[in-house]
Design a protein around this ligand. Sequence first.
Ligand SMILES: NC(=O)c1ccc[n+]([C@@H]2O[C@H](COP(=O)([O-])OP(=O)(O)OC[C@H]3O[C@@H](n4cnc5c(N)ncnc54)[C@H](OP(=O)(O)O)[C@@H]3O)[C@@H](O)[C@H]2O)c1
Length: 270
Amino acid sequence: MIIKDKVVIVTGATSGIGEACAIVFGRAGAKVAITGRNQDKLDRTLLNLQKEGIDCFGIKADAGKAEDNKAMAEAVLGHFGKIDILINNAGISMRALFEELEMEVFHQVMDTNFWGTVYATKFCLPEILKNKGTIVGVSSINGYRGTPARTAYTASKYAMNGFLEALRTEVMKRGVHVLVACPGFTSSNIRQNALTANGNAQGASPREEGEMMSAEDVAEHILKATRKKKRDLVLTREGKLAVFLNKWIPGIMDGIVYRHMAKEKDSPFK
Ligand SMILES: NC(=O)c1ccc[n+]([C@@H]2O[C@H](COP(=O)([O-])OP(=O)(O)OC[C@H]3O[C@@H](n4cnc5c(N)ncnc54)[C@H](OP(=O)(O)O)[C@@H]3O)[C@@H](O)[C@H]2O)c1
């Protein structure tokens, strides 16, 4: 696929992987629309994109609200006149034992990660069908393998993968490309903003962020996979290994994953 002059929407693009996607798709010649819940962060990101010479547009929108997604699609259509590529990236994580987790937090994670993807795709699909465009879901290795103390996050990513696989097959004869991108651990604000049992942000990452893949590298992989119309993208050596081993030795993986995650700083289980 040629990216130049395509109109790309990146949800949750004021930080991390989303912001990096806005930059790399913009550098490749796309016109970029970005969303986020915070106007100051949106303005700062738009300024950075403009400094790169990228034709960009920002919409304040909460991914978890149907009406915000409808308004987003209408605003982008009004501004750029079409929609070619939707990158469903807006996401939030959590860390707490399920037995202690307030159900409101579970809903919040599902609303942003899963329903955000469903709503944005619903309102952009007519345009993407018309233009034979692309839908990207920024999922996770947790879309293949669950992690203890990340029940809501894992559920949201499995749900994204299932939704997008079904949709891909539904539209396969109509020229629409659906990519499920599953990054491994990536340096960003996701762990700092992850919700605890009562919905407060945990405030600090329990992992060594400097040792992870960079958001820019993830975005370059997503750009390449979009150009090549790939079906799936699984990132990091550790992530690829986890997906492979979980397919063939899931029982043994339960123990490996438990021990690995129990070693995290302030892990809620030992
Ligand atoms: N980092 C990783 O290790 C990793 C691994 C695998 C998958 N992922 C996935 O990658 C995606 C991006 O995460 P990231 O690591 O880049 O995290 P991040 O740095 O925390 O960025 C998340 C972005 O999403 C936005 N956002 C959060 N809730 C939103 C909502 N309700 N509506 C609209 N925007 C919202 C945030 O902006 P506002 O808060 O201003 O709204 C921010 O721009 C997520 O879907 C995540 O699950 C990340």
